[in-house]
Design a protein around this ligand. Sequence first.
Ligand SMILES: [Zn+2]
Length: 167
Amino acid sequence: MIGLCQPCKEKGKFRAVYKVVGGVPMCGGCVADREANPPEPAKPQAPEILEDAKNDKEEKGKTMPKQIDEGTRQEILKDADAGMSVEQIRKKHNVGWITAKNIIDGSGKSAAGKKRAGGGDSSSAPRRAAAKHAAKNSASRWADTISQLREERDRIDRVIGELEQMN
Ligand SMILES: [Zn+2]
């Protein structure tokens, strides 16, 4: 085993080791191959990125005081009346998804405010369908991916919001 090029040995060839690269004994040919095509550094995959984003938000959620002043609350209600989505509103005012939704639901409909967070959210389904439809019409080849990631982000935001409320 020692003294034989490992990549070559795995292919059933036996060649003398020229150099040990990253703990792998290699022959001159394999060393040259490796230097010509260095192994790509592992890129974080989408789920890891989402996981990072989630962790990031959770940490922020813990350190940021969740205080919505009356002025912001009124602006959120005004934007909701103007037809902005919860997603747009929460971004504009930098508040949690559930926080924004609770403020919007809390206006006028007193029963809605008491509803369990995340339950009976019928507003997101048509919005998602619209987003998907818009993505289909777009020429961008990333549109579907972006749309899927957005849906995933919405879902994560809702889970975070629910967790925040349990704190
Ligand atoms: Zn080799």
